[in-house]
Structure formats: C-alpha cells, structure tokens
Design a protein around this ligand. Structure first.
Ligand code: ASP
Length: 421
C-alpha cells in the first residue's frame, strides 16, 4: 500500500472511531428508542457493524492456518521451534503474573468494593471449567477439518505446526506444497488489507451502536470499580510493556505504541482478540517488522492464552466482590486468586465477555458469591473493550521481543515511520 494512502487510512480509522463514539453518545442522550433505535442502533449500525465484524472473523481461521504452516516450514531447524515455544510461554506467563499481582495490589490498596452492598443470592448458573486433563487431551484434534470448522484455535495451531513440520521433511513434494501455501498466504494477507480498508466505516458503526446502547449512567454505582480497573489496565499496558520492550528487547516503546494504534482500535471496537488476529498479524509483520516464522505462532497463541487485561479484571473483580461483603482475603486466598486468574486468563477464549464467565471459577474457588457476576456484567462492555486492547498489545509486544531475540526482526522497518505520525 502506498505510504500516503496508509497514512490517510490511519487518520480515517481514528476519525471513524471519534465520530462513532460521538454519534453513539448523542443517540444515547436522545433516549435511543422508538424510530431512532429501529433505524440506527438496531438498523443500519447493527447491519454494517456486524457485516464488518464477520468479514474480519471470516479471515481468522484461514489466515492462522496458512500463515502458521508457512511459519513453521520456514523454521530452519526443529530445535529453534522448541526454543521459541519456551520463550513465548515464559514471557506470556511472566507478564500475566505481573498483571494480576499489580491488579491485586492496587485492588487491596484502593478498596473499590468498600461500602458496596451486593446481593448474594446465587441466581447465576455456573459454567463448569473443563479439567486440565481435558484441555491437554483436546489440544490434538480428532479431525482437523472439524477443528478448522469450529475455529478451535489451539487445535488449529497444533495441526498447522505438525503439517508445517511434515512439509520441511518431505523433500520435493513438501517444497511444492509449501509454494502453494506461500502463495495462499500472500492472497489471504491481501484480503486482510482490503478488509482493513473498510475499517473507518465498520469501526464507526460498531462504536456508534455500542455507545448508543451503553448509557454511562450504569457506571455510576460501580464507578470506583470501573475507574480502578481502567487505570490498572492503562498503567499495565503503558508501563509494563514499555519496560519489557526497552529493557529486554532494547526496542523503542514509543515507536511500538505508535504503530499499534490501528490494531488497538480494532480490539477496542470488536472486544475480541480472536477477531483482531488478522490485524495484529498484519501490524507486527508489516509495520513492526517481525518475521512470519515468529509471529504466525506467537500472535494466534497469544490471542488464545495470553490475556493480561482479562487477568487484571479477574483480580480486581475478586477483590471487589470480597470487599463488598466485608470479607478480608487471607494470604492463601490471594495466592489462590493469583494462580487461578493466571489459569483462567489462559482458559478464556478471545471473544467478548469470555473473561467474566471464567471469573466464576475463581470466585467459586475462594468461596465468594458468584451472584455478583451479573452485576459486573452490566458494566462490562466498555471494560471488555479496554482489556481486549491490553490483551492484544501484550501479544504484539512479546512477539517483538521474541522476534528481536531470535534475530528475526527487520529493525529498519520497525524504525521506519515515514507514514505513521
Ligand atoms: N474480550 C477479551 C478478548 O477477546 C476476553 C475477555 O476478557 O473477555 O481478549
């Protein structure tokens, strides 16, 4: 894409975001009912926004599969694969643990739940978290077509890596198939770029609808929870990732954040790390200069298991619920929350509100009333948007650090800001 065109696209997406929020807020103030609702929130914005979202989601499975097959096949040796896997898991776990510790620390200090009265009757059906053994067994698909059809991300990742490995050891037939996959990757990427072109309109419609439907007045009774959580999310994204980028990666955080804007707006708009995968991948490869052999693995894996924003919400929400029923969490309970939130964020799918559903597992573990969940759900939409931004920012930041440490990063591309301003 020519530089000038790209620059104007970023500006147009930002404009779509600002106009969408403004329109939504105005519609909400106007009551958002009757003909206005039928025509706009439940009419044109719903249709345009959903079409945009679906066109993005439609790219996820083909892109992850094709790109990861190419990425694995271009890995020079299998030992590197193990090393990259180890680094990725270590960084993802480390940042999630920092996120949740930070959230618990601030939650205990600020006490967002003090003075709250929450209803405690258990009128909420707890979804069962699958046992760990099942999660592990489930990683290998019975039928890859079923995994692809259902969009089961971990199974797709495993199958794509096995397929990519098999290509590298199959000699000439492997090389021929790889060529097809490389061409397919180009085509799918091109399609992603076309969809990104539609973002100004899609972002506008989705945000206008969200803000028309979500009145800010619902925040007021839970304002302390809302703002504590929002502050921790922002601080973690800005401070923790900047420090990691600077100290471990020796990369300029300002440059990183500048180039992440488009992907962050997509995450904010869709509240889904999964739906944002195509844009996150495009950004880390095309703008930040990370090689496909790294990002095709770390980005989809991150969107599935690395959710710092979700872990932060789960930490603060647990502390909030405990405080609202005047319960002091013991040190043991705090450690349980730390462990459980790390696991729950791994187990949460990268789709809207998934993190809140997994919160039930944590609350149950420390004997807190899960009846608080519907109350938190009432103001979760905006928080979900914010934590999804944190989730994908974490994936991209760690991808850059791993890419740099493996010598698989085009630094001139990272530094090049001829079109971002
Ligand atoms: N919406 C989040 C994501 O897709 C998950 C969650 O915290 O609900 O990353």
């Amino acid at each position: 894409m020519p530089e000038k065109k790209k620059r104007s696209l970023t500006a147009r997406i930002l404009m779509g975001m600002a106009l969408g929020i403004l329109t939504g807020v105005l519609l909400n103030l106007a009551g958002n009912d009757g003909l206005i609702r039928v025509l706009f929130s439940d009419g044109i914005f719903l249709v345009v926004g959903t079409l945009f979202l679906r066109s993005l989601q439609l790219m996820v499975v083909p892109l992850v599969f094709v790109s990861l097959v190419c990425g694995t096949a271009s890995m020079e040796d299998v030992r590197r694969l193990g090393r990259i896997g180890g680094k990725t898991l270590a960084l993802y776990l480390l940042t999630t643990t920092i996120a949740i510790s930070f959230a618990l620390g601030i939650g205990l200090l600020v006490k967002p739940g003090k003075g709250m009265e929450l209803a405690t009757e258990e009128d909420f059906v707890t979804p069962e978290a699958p046992p760990l053994s099942e999660v592990l067994i489930d990683m290998i698909p019975n039928n890859p077509m079923e995994a692809l059809a259902e969009g089961n991300m971990l199974q797709i990742i495993v199958f794509a890596m096995l397929f990519g490995l098999a290509l590298t050891i199959s000699g000439q037939p492997g090389r021929s198939v790889l060529q097809i996959f490389e061409s397919l990757n180009e085509v799918v990427m091109r399609l992603v770029m076309l969809i990104i072109e539609l973002a100004p309109i899609g972002v506008f419609a989705l945000l206008a609808r969200t803000f028309a439907n979500e009145g800010f007045d619902t925040i007021i009774p839970l304002a302390k929870y809302f703002f504590t959580l929002a502050a921790v999310l922002i601080l973690h994204a800005v401070c923790t990732y900047s420090l990691f980028l600077k100290i471990i990666g020796n990369l300029n955080p300002v440059q990183f954040f500048r180039k992440m804007r488009t992907a962050q707006i997509f995450a904010l708009t869709t509240s889904s790390s999964n739906a944002t995968i195509p844009v996150t991948l495009e950004t880390v490869e095309e703008e930040l200069g990370v090689d496909n052999s790294i990002s095709s693995f770390t980005v989809p894996l991150g969107a599935t298991i690395n959710m710092d924003g979700t872990a932060i919400m789960q930490g603060i929400a647990t502390v909030f619920v405990a405080q609202s029923i005047q319960l002091d969490l013991s040190f043991g309970q705090i450690l349980t929350v730390l462990l459980m939130a790390t696991l729950a964020s791994i187990g949460s799918a990268g789709v809207p509100s998934a993190g809140l559903i997994m919160l039930t597992a944590i609350l149950t573990q420390v004997n807190l009333p899960i009846a608080a969940i519907p109350i938190l759900l009432s103001i979760d939409r905006l928080l979900d948007m914010l934590r999804t931004v944190v989730n994908i920012t974490g994936d991209a930041a760690m991808t850059c650090i791993i890419g740099k440490s493996e010598g698989k990063m085009d630094l001139s591309r990272f530094e090049d800001n001829s079109w971002r301003n």
